[in-house]
Design a protein around this ligand. Structure first.
Ligand code: AMP
Ligand code: MG
Length: 393
């Protein structure tokens, strides 16, 4: 049985970044940049006023001598004005600075006297002036490849006059549930049946992480149905994320279906708790994950194995492939007497980690109340008060 590290390394070795495509900025929210981007337009693009007021020579605002208003410079068109001595030019926020002026005095800081102003509060040189390139200079790197486009990042791209941006394409992902016991929302539950929660959870995990085109499918525990359905999904998707049917039960049809399709799994079973029956297969461009059916096992194996693979495919930088980690102090002593590393679910509050609820692999409620996983190695003992790295979900 592979260790987690071996299993993840095998998966990542088979994943590469998806091709790029051009998208208009208004469709690019939360996509990842395919390339680094450099400024071609400086910010600001010209020296301009930060205030509504008067362009002046700062030295001339020290005394009470009136400054004659000789012109007006609004935003929008540079009139190429020149400020003569002992004068002021009426100016507005964003308007180009007249030559000869070295500061803007706010209109609140002057008293108008006919066609002149008297300065009440003097200004310093450069005050209320926004200088060319002080925010961003031409040639400066705006973004790295793999950055997620947030509203603020899109705004910076817009300042460059870009209508489109090259982003990493969205993966086509199939989320597949298996099992005769599963019932969709809205249907009545018969004795022995349960609602399908993995499909909802896995789709949400995917969408939380990446822009994706998601296909949902469900197959009963029926070999011909799974074989046919899986074959189609594998041919048309970059990721197929299955849950259930990968264990050793008589009705676990995923491995026989892959065999019927001529697909040999890269591995089946990993030293991890919960999540041991994890299966991974590669067929053409498709990465197929067979996650265990138990909801917490599916969640943990998604986080540990699927998340980094999907991150890599969607252009996320190497350092950010895994779950975010923080340090936390343990509220309780913990021990792992088992032969596999155990991911314990719990909650971090004010830097203290407390395990939550039943740690069994079906027990979804505790997971839903928590926010962090703590990995305790096989045979490991943790003392109360010990500081550990926990993984935030
Ligand atoms: P399996 O691996 O198919 O034997 O499933 C293991 C456990 O997970 C069983 O109790 C299943 O009922 C449960 N299970 C499988 N698929 C789902 C699902 N989509 N939603 C909720 N529970 C599931
Ligand atoms: Mg099943």
């Amino acid at each position: 049985m592979l260790t987690e590290q071996e299993a993840l390394a095998r998966i990542l070795a088979l994943v590469s970044v998806l091709p790029s495509e051009r998208l208009s900025l208004n469709k690019a929210l939360f996509h990842r940049t395919a390339k680094a981007i450099f400024a071609t337009v400086a910010l600001p693009g010209f020296d301009n006023s930060a205030m509504d007021g008067y362009a002046v020579r700062a030295a001339e605002t020290q005394g009470k001598a009136p400054l004659h208003i000789i012109a007006e410079q609004p935003a929008g068109k540079d009139q190429q004005l020149m400020l003569p001595p002992r004068s002021a030019i009426r100016i507005f926020t964003g308007a180009p600075m007249p030559r000869g002026a070295d500061a803007v005095i706010m209109q609140e800081d002057v008293r108008a006297e006919g066609a002149s102003i008297v300065c009440i509060e003097p200004v310093e040189p450069e005050e209320n002036v926004r200088f060319t390139g002080c925010d961003l200079f031409v040639g400066q790197k705006i973004m790295d490849a793999g950055e997620r486009l947030t509203p603020a990042k899109l705004a910076v791209l817009a300042t460059q006059g870009l209508a489109e941006i090259e982003i990493v394409s969205s993966p086509r992902i199939a989320i597949v549930s298996t099992g005769d016991e599963l019932v969709s929302a809205g249907q009545p539950l018969e004795a022995g049946q349960i609602y399908n929660s993995n499909a909802v959870m896995l789709e949400a995990l995917v969408r939380q992480q990446a822009n994706a085109e998601v296909t949902l499918a469900h197959f009963p525990d029926d070999l011909p149905a799974i074989t046919e359905g899986l074959g189609q999904l594998i041919a048309t998707h970059v990721f197929v994320i299955l849950s259930g049917g990968v264990s050793v039960g008589d009705h676990d049809c995923v491995k026989p279906a892959l065999a019927a399709l001529g697909i040999k799994p890269e591995f089946w079973r990993v030293q991890i708790k919960p999540g041991k029956p994890l299966l991974f297969a590669q067929s053409g461009r498709c990465h197929l994950f067979g996650l265990p059916g138990n909801p917490v096992s599916a969640f943990v194996t998604y986080q540990v194995f699927v998340r980094p693979a999907l991150a890599l495919a969607t252009g996320v930088p190497e350092a950010e492939l895994r779950m975010p980690a923080v340090s936390a102090t343990l509220a309780q002593p913990l021990q792992n007497l088992g032969d596999r590393p155990h991911y314990l679910r719990g909650k971090v509050v004010d830097g203290v980690f407390t395990p939550l609820g039943s740690q069994q692999s079906h027990a979804l409620f505790g997971l839903s109340q928590g926010n962090a996983l703590l990995r305790v190695d096989s045979g490991e003992t943790c003392a109360v008060g010990e500081v550990r790295t926990v993984l935030i979900y």
